[in-house]
Design a protein around this ligand. Structure first.
Ligand code: MRU
Length: 346
């Protein structure tokens, strides 16, 4: 699945599969303006750290085109718009990484008009999208070696094709192992409150014919106790320099359970998800989303009137609970400060 993020250069629009409607409806949202891209990122039309980065890169090209409306002051306006884009969601570092990559090219090439910059950024966004796809394939090859024929893998949230340019990080590893002929079964945590596991991971894997069962988030302990889980693999939204890893809320709990039960706990993520500027997990901003996501299931309110919900969207798994980090440059092992610095060439 690689057609969930399409940029139409002729019409100058970003065409996104609306992930909020899955798996019931396959609908698309077309963004012609930067504000629409920011909205699509914030409201989870497009979600998953690498996919947010890809959408943001295309959003930069739309921003450059709109900056032309400001005449002489186009570069000031563009700088402000890039900051607004970066702020659409706080935890996934790929968003800021993608915007900074585009800004770096702007500085380096110094185009004299917004029109020139649009062309430069369109090519760069396409390269960024293709690069993410290639990174996932490489990650898949490295990670597949960690899975054995017959393994049952538990995953949390959606770190699949939908969360990336294609193939996926955690699900990419599973897809690559299956492509090698290994029989892999997946247990997908449903992932309250937005249900990325139940709605998106199950949708993707079922479509590919990979056996998948959905489980309540709070079943993970029982499933491990019963010996029903061989490995855990999740994605990441931001990895600090010491290996502490932010991912969807509930990941930390799963990692603790895996440690208790002696089950390997792997993170699969591209190098663009590593934030060398964050020394450890305390430096990772944790997004707090609208409590309505917790208070309501569909059109039914499940909390008594007057009760508020806490809705932290991510948590941080300490590096000591992570068996290995699978990247496109290879499988990183503890101590992560050293293996991460080497992978980043620092
Ligand atoms: O809130 P979301 O759906 O954007 O959260 C996504 C996750 O937590 C994913 O596990 C992470 O971004 C990795 S995606 C390859």
């Amino acid at each position: 699945m690689e057609d969930h993020i399409i940029f139409d250069r002729r019409r100058m629009v970003l065409d996104l599969l609306d992930q909020r409607a899955l798996p019931l409806r396959e609908e698309r949202i077309v963004c012609a303006r930067l504000n629409e891209v920011i909205e699509a990122i914030a409201n989870l039309t497009v979600r998953g750290a690498p996919a947010i980065g890809v959408a943001a890169a295309w959003g930069c090209a739309l921003a450059a085109r709109e900056a032309g409306e400001a005449g002489e002051a186009w570069s000031d306006r563009l700088e402000r718009d890039l900051e607004r884009l970066k702020a659409a969601r706080p935890t996934a570092v790929n968003l800021g990484w993608a915007v900074e990559r585009m800004r770096g090219l702007w500085r380096a090439q110094a185009p004299r008009s917004p029109e020139e910059l649009v062309n430069l950024w369109l090519d760069e966004a396409a390269a960024l999208q293709a690069g993410d796809n290639a990174a996932n394939r490489a990650m898949g090859d490295f990670g597949a070696a960690l899975l054995e024929d017959g393994d049952t893998v538990l995953t949390h949230c959606n770190a699949g094709a939908l969360a990336t340019a294609g193939w996926g990080t955690a699900l990419g590893v599973i897809r690559s192992a299956v492509a090698q002929g290994k029989k892999i079964r997946v247990i997908s945590d449903e992932t309250r409150p937005v249900l990325q596991g139940a709605r998106l991971t199950c949708f993707e894997l079922h479509k590919d014919g990979i056996p998948v069962l959905a489980a309540c988030d709070n079943a993970a302990g029982l499933l491990m106790q019963k010996g029903m889980v061989d490995k855990v693999i999740t994605g990441a939204d931001r990895i600090a320099a010491n290996g502490d890893t932010a991912n969807k809320i509930g990941t930390y709990t799963v990692a603790l359970l895996a440690r208790e039960h002696g089950i390997p706990f792997y993170i699969a993520a591209p190098l663009s998800t590593i934030d060398p500027a964050a020394p450890n997990g305390d430096y990772i901003p944790i997004e707090k989303r609208d409590g309505a996501e917790v208070a309501w299931i569909g059109d039914r309110r499940i909390l008594p009137e007057g009760v508020e919900a806490l809705n932290y969207a991510f948590d941080v798994t300490p590096a000591r609970l992570i068996t290995a980090i699978i990247t496109e440059k290879g499988v990183l092992r503890p101590p992560y400060a050293a293996s991460i610095a080497a992978a980043l060439g620092l």
